[in-house]
Design a protein around this ligand. Sequence first.
Ligand code: GDP
Ligand code: MN
Length: 382
Amino acid sequence: MKLHEYQSRDLLARFGVPVPGGRVAVTPEEARAAAESIPGLKVVKAQVLMGGRGKAGGIKLSESAEEIEAFAREIIGKRLVSVQNPKGLVVGKLLVAQAVDIAEEYYAAVLTDRDRQQNVVMLSIRGGMDIEQVAEEDPDAIVKIYIDPAWGLRPFEVRQGLRRAGFPTEVHARMTDLVLKLAKVFVEMDAELVEINPVARTPDGQIVAADAKVVLDDNALYRHPEFQSAADDSAEDDIEAEAARRGIAYVRLDGNVGIIGNGAGLVMCSMDEVKAAGGAPANFLDIGGGAQAEKVKNSVELVLMAPEVKGLLINIFGGITRCDEVARGLLAAFEQLDVDIPVVARIEGTAAEEGRKILEGSRIVPASGMQEAAQKIVALTR
Ligand code: GDP
Ligand code: MN
């Protein structure tokens, strides 16, 4: 789960990372009030889950509360588009914070290096808006410190890394402190990424997190119940947010063939088969094992919320999931929803006979085998 910048900042502050104070605003008036509570230069930042907000026009520095209100009026509800996210995201919330006086911008992050199967700290003195470009053009400007899983990150390793990366000696002590705290957040919060870009050095030598990006591991969210309720707020898409509320694994994609299956692997196969048949999947949706009729109905509803869906493929391989239970859920869903698109179902496994009987005479086209089902739905969707 990606946390918004304001959520990431709060989290980091809890671990003692120096973060400028700020407030969240959802209306221009709130933005103004927040700005009036902050002395001097302030920064307003669109709280959308994508990088490159600076270049996309989602950030403004100003001393004037009036100007901040005007900027808020202009940007709330607007779609921000960046290089990393061409589809863009609509701005709902703003963070109004004390601006940092920045003399230099550094980069610091903790993440997992999957090839090395180790966590790694990445450091650079060339932080700021162009770190992706630095990574491409001058990868040596980014220094990596691999974290020994037995020892954890040790201060001398950080100091060595800072020296290798060319950080000025006067910031070594504060940077070491910062990096150790980031590593602590990473481990204790079961994070996938903790990234500060830029780490700001102020003219008087302070080290401050001027931006913050934390991604938590969804599979460990049960250990951090305070963030469970933040899940829908963090989704990048309305339907994904609704899926999070309903506890269904759903990812929205670009195609027009909706897909429902049980088991992540089976759903992935279904997506491949749709592709192989010349179609394009509109989503990933896993109803999981042992799904009851209600969950099936919920899933159908979710998939159909996307207007681009022009056909629906249902692929069930019943183990602990009972096909008759799924069939009842499908019937209930189609009774209540006004569905006028083609639906193909492949139903195999536990109680498949009963399931198929239940669906007889309904608008659901049966198929035997995953490939046949994919070919049928792609043909009908065209
Ligand atoms: P991103 O572009 O989405 O990563 O957003 P950032 O929060 O990193 O901001 C982008 C750029 O805006 C930074 O690299 C800074 O140059 C500038 N910026 C952001 N916050 C501040 C601030 O508090 N003070 C100053 N002087 N510049 C800031
Ligand atoms: Mn940034």
